[in-house]
Design a protein around this ligand. Structure first.
Ligand code: DGL
Length: 254
């Protein structure tokens, strides 16, 4: 029998964090993951920040009550709104939060033109504004994409509808960006459409792989890595419908 402490909890407002889960599984195939998506309350990104904070604290409580050995907040919006208070409330836990991959962009294009596409909450929270201050040489463009999370939740991240929405949002940036940071974990599921619109000149960057590396490092430091041959993924979703589980599995395996 394995203990519940074998699991790494992964949380997002919905299905987006599966883009991070995929990187986590790649980096640590021997680990057991318990993914909780709060699709019943998605999208978080346009809600008042206090609401996002409370939803995140509730979701974290739920995962900690299941006894996970680490929590990965696979949602930029939840990280922006609640990671500090989460760490204050659970000083003994390993908590990793994803943030927009500005460092990767700055390493590749130190004085480049870089778009950061993220939710309203992420773009307006202190956390992101602080992060941006670290890269004064970058030409940063904040881009919000209302409607995109909903399309990904509906399994339409690579649809014509999504392409129409994104052509409108990205029109001012075509041919102008060295990189576009996908600062919301739902957006990698529209990567094909985004790269078709922006073309090869613009690199698309996301924080999934970096978050997975950081999680691996933290577990290694704490001597909490699982032995080989233990890998498992459990999916939970606050919507609880067969459709949402099927979509989650499609995104995980797609
Ligand atoms: N996936 C979340 C993020 O990384 C946000 C989606 C939402 O608005 O709920 O920011």
């Amino acid at each position: 029998m394995h203990s519940k402490k074998d699991y790494i909890g992964v949380f997002d407002s919905g299905l987006g964090g599966i883009s991070v889960l995929r990187e986590l599984v790649k980096a640590m195939p021997q680990e057991r993951f318990l993914y909780f998506g709060d699709s019943a309350n998605a999208p978080y990104g346009q809600k008042p920040v206090e609401t996002v904070r409370q939803l995140t604290l509730d979701a974290a409580e739920h995962l900690f009550s299941r006894g996970v050995k680490a929590l990965v907040v696979a949602c930029n919006t939840a990280t922006a709104a609640a990671i500090d208070i989460l760490r204050e409330q659970h000083p003994e836990e390993i908590i990793i939060g994803i943030e927009p991959a500005l460092k990767v962009a700055a390493d590749r294009f130190p004085t480049g033109q870089v778009g950061v596409m993220a939710t309203e909450v992420t773009l307006h929270e202190e956390k992101f504004l602080h992060l941006a201050e670290h890269y004064p040489a970058l030409g940063l463009h904040s881009i919000s994409a209302p409607g995109l999370v909903e399309l990904v939740e509906a399994g339409k991240g690579e649809s014509d509808e999504c392409e129409t929405l994104l052509r409108g949002i990205l029109a001012p940036y075509v041919g102008k960006l060295d990189a576009l940071v996908l600062g919301c974990t739902h957006y990698p599921f529209a990567r094909g459409v985004i790269s078709r619109i922006l073309g090869e000149r613009t690199q698309l960057l996301d924080g999934g792989a970096g978050t997975a590396r950081q999680t691996l490092r933290r577990l290694m430091e704490a001597d909490l890595l699982s032995p080989e041959g233990n890998g498992d993924i459990q999916m939970e979703n606050s919507l609880g419908t067969p459709e949402i589980f099927n979509r989650a599995m499609e995104l995980l395996n797609g």
